[in-house]
Every structure is written in structure tokens, then in C-alpha cells.
Design a protein around this ligand. Structure first.
Ligand code: URA
Length: 207
């Protein structure tokens, strides 16, 4: 039951185009990424379960819905941190975990070098990384998160390559993907085309 949700919204499309431009400086890129992640979070949280609670308004008592549980957000280092500002503006009290992975040059496997997660058991977890490229680090991060036995996991990214979507669907068919765009392909260096370059470098001004 693999799911893919492409967020189709003019504001998201417009901001993404500005982020793709090579001349967009880091400061503006970060601002656009925060604004876009805020809009994407609105979509990825659309079906969160609600529970009725009794409230007293200035006029009367009434049963009204509130979130059953706040989701946990997990950022894949380092580019995932670029999405956190926007996500946390929409869900300010969410707990946040971080997973760091690097690619072993010999085995090409993703190797975990950092993991700090809040309790995720029976919670919905939103794993964030701007770029779903090969899907290797996303798959490995999802393995790590699943050790904590969450109720469900959603993967939120800005851009996805068809190759990354296929890889994630194959390794984690239970994880639904939300993205602002499905781009054309990966190039031979694993970059998404047309893409926006290295998301971490664009966010943090490194090269
Ligand atoms: N990671 C990036 O930052 N950019 C890509 O195009 C692919 C992976």
C-alpha cells in the first residue's frame, strides 16, 4: 500500500522555482524552504487523528476536536534541519529527533553515525529530508525510526527522484511519501535533475 502525495499548490510551485534558481543566495533559500515546509506540513498532517474534548467558551460548554497526539518529527542530518523551522511553526510542541548517516565509500551502504530520538512508540513520526534521491539514506533512517515502534511514519521531502520513490516503496511500502515535486531523474553522481543542487550546501552556504 505504497502512497505518494505530490502537493499541488501554486505557492509551493512558485517558491520551489525560486529555490531551484542557481543565483538564489542561502539566506533567501532558507527563507523559502521554511515557507515551503510550513505549507507541506499542512498537507502531511491533514489526517492526524482528533479527539473530542470538553471546552468552556465565553458562551457555553461544548465538545470540540483537538489532536489526539502530536507527531514526532525526525530530521535526517544535515539538510533535514532546513525543514525543521517550518514544520515546528505549524506543530510547535512536536518533539524532534535527529538521525545522521554517511555513505561508506567501499560498500556504498548508509552508516549511522548519530541518532537521538524522543520516544516514538505508538506515535506518528514525520521523517524530513529535502531531497529523496537514491533513497539509501531515507531507507536507513526509516529502519532506525522503526526500531522505536511508531504507530505510522510519513516521509516529507521537497523534491523526489523517481528512483528514490521506487526504492523507498520497495524497502518501506508502509511509509507514505509527501513531496512538492517529482523531478525527472538522477544523474550519474546521484543528483536530482533538474533539482536544486546540494540541498545542504544551498541551506548552509557551504560548497
Ligand atoms: N542530495 C542533494 O542535496 N541534492 C541532490 O540532488 C541529491 C541528493
Amino acid at each position: 500500500m505504497s502512497e505518494l502525495h505530490v502537493v499541488d499548490h501554486p505557492l509551493v510551485a512558485h517558491k520551489l522555482t525560486q529555490m531551484r534558481r542557481v543565483e538564489t543566495p542561502s539566506e533567501r533559500f532558507r527563507q523559502l524552504l521554511t515557507e515551503t515546509s510550513l505549507l507541506l506540513t499542512y498537507e502531511v498532517t491533514r489526517e492526524l487523528p482528533l479527539v473530542d474534548v470538553r471546552v468552556t467558551t465565553p458562551l457555553t460548554e461544548s465538545d470540540q476536536p483537538e489532536l489526539l497526539d502530536e507527531p514526532v518529527v525526525v530530521s535526517i542530518l544535515r539538510a533535514g534541519n532546513g525543514l525543521l523551522d517550518g514544520v515546528l511553526r505549524v506543530i510547535p510542541s512536536a518533539r524532534v529527533g535527529h538521525v545522521g548517516l554517511y555513505r561508506d565509500h567501499e560498500t556504498l551502504e548508509a552508516v549511522e553515525y548519530y541518532c537521538k530520538l524522543p520516544p516514538v512508540q505508538n506515535r506518528m513520526v514525520i521523517v524530513v529530508d529535502p531531497m529523496l534521491a537514491t533513497g539509501n539514506s531515507a531507507s536507513a533512517a526509516l529502519e532506525v525510526v522503526k526500531r522505536g515502534r511508531p504507530a505510522a511514519i510519513r516521509f516529507l521531502c521537497l523534491l523526489a527522484a523517481p528512483e528514490g520513490i521506487a526504492a523507498l516503496h520497495a524497502t518501506h511500502p508502509d511509509v507514505a511519501i509527501w513531496t512538492a515535486s517529482v523531478d525527472e531523474c538522477l544523474n550519474d553522481r546521484g543528483y536530482i535533475v533538474p533539482g536544486l543542487g546540494d540541498a545542504g550546501d544551498r541551506i548552509f552556504g557551504t560548497t
